[in-house]
Ligand binder design. Structure first.
Ligand SMILES: [Co+2]
Length: 368
């Protein structure tokens, strides 16, 4: 589950980010004009008969280059207008009653308070026993997420996914960490299409062509394991498939730079570099976080370019959880105070792992 950067900071960051993504798009389209401009100029389709002085030899290679250029142009048009406009905007469904948790299951301290906890300034480090418990929590979260993904298909409601996830976590003797966190009413976050994160499971049925991020956190033996993944529902558009694929790649690029002594800011640099190659935006409003016995703590992990100081230390556990968008990285939040959507309604995707910093790299704890 992503931690939301504080509001005053984020509003200035959002503005910066949208300017940044605008300049990025400009940069990309001018460089692609350079790449694909030449074949278009000599293409017979664009030369009127009056100017047509000598026969053009159209060889296969040139036609395929042109077709490729046209395909990329169509994709870009689809990306900025069609794909997001044809899809009906996300509407809130009915949220069912909170599910009960048996008394014998230990609950994290925030459940009783219903107040959104402050981010803890404590970096979470672990001894061998703590690492073993982090591994167990991470593995359970990964198994639950994998199972949740098998439920994704048209007509299934996000509430049904929540119920199944809740039951599986309870059956494993763990507590679903989002339930009651700052008043969050459900056991998992389900974020569909333009929902960036923190979607509340409800009565909405998944539609053919949707993408859905499922974000699972479990609290097992006093330790949280946090992971999320974006799944396809039925036949998903090429543009959205690419967004999802690149977002997952960004997560692994971020993990790749992690090791004892590495600067935190390298994560945001690598993720941004990869997203920029494809013209996708990186959301700066939501950040990764330290995780362990506390759900959300320092270090905050920025996925965008940043000049944050500090470096990783062996034994630390934190999440990396980039959100990429097809369009704007600015966001709006519904009145439920959780569900956060892209301001322009364009799709967003997210992937998340909990990792442990080691001498030589990072161990992914949320795997099964
Ligand atoms: Co998280």
């Amino acid at each position: 589950m992503a931690f939301s950067a504080s509001l005053p900071q984020s509003s200035s960051l959002s503005t910066k980010s949208s300017q940044f993504s605008c300049s990025l798009h400009t940069k990309l389209s001018s460089s692609s004009a350079l790449l694909f401009g030449t074949p278009i100029h000599v293409c017979p389709t664009f030369i009127s008969k009056a100017n047509f002085v000598k026969p053009l030899v159209v060889n296969g290679k040139r036609v395929s280059g042109l077709e490729e250029a046209m395909r990329i142009k169509r994709e870009r048009e689809l990306r900025t207008s069609g794909a997001s406009k044809r899809r009906p905007p996300l509407r809130r469904g009915k949220v069912s009653q909170q599910l009960p948790v048996p008394d014998h299951i230990p609950k994290p301290p925030y459940v009783e308070t219903k107040v959104l906890p402050e981010i803890s300034s404590e970096f979470q480090m672990h001894d061998a026993e703590g690492v073993a418990k982090m591994r167990a929590a991470g593995e359970l979260a990964a198994r639950v997420l994998e199972y949740a993904g098998t439920l994704v298909r048209p007509s299934v409601t996000t509430n049904e996914i929540d119920k199944a996830v809740h039951q599986m976590i309870i059956d494993a003797g763990a507590y679903p960490s989002p339930l009651g966190y700052g008043g969050f009413p459900k056991s998992v976050c389900t974020s569909v299409n333009e929902c960036m994160c923190h979607g509340i499971p409800d009565s909405r049925q998944l539609q053919d062509g949707d993408i859905i991020n499922i974000d699972v956190t479990v609290y097992l033996n006093g330790y949280h394991g946090d992971t999320s993944k974006t799944f396809f529902c039925g036949d998903v558009s090429g543009a959205m498939q690419r967004l999802v694929k690149v977002t997952e790649e960004c997560l692994y690029k971020g993990i790749d730079v992690c090791r004892d002594g590495a600067l935190f800011r390298k994560i945001g640099k690598r993720i941004s570099e990869h997203a920029e190659k494809f013209g996708f935006g990186v959301v700066d409003r939501f950040v990764g976080h330290g995780v362990g016995t506390i759900f959300h703590s320092e270090p905050l992990i920025f996925h965008h370019r940043n000049d944050k100081s500090g470096f990783m230390v062996e034994g630390q556990t934190f999440t990396i959880e980039p959100i990429l968008t097809l369009g704007s990285t600015e966001c709006i939040t519904w009145e439920d105070n959780w569900t956060t959507l892209t301001a322009d309604g364009s799709p967003a995707a997210q992937f998340e792992h909990t990792i442990l910093i080691t001498k030589t790299g990072a161990e992914i704890l949320t795997k099964c």
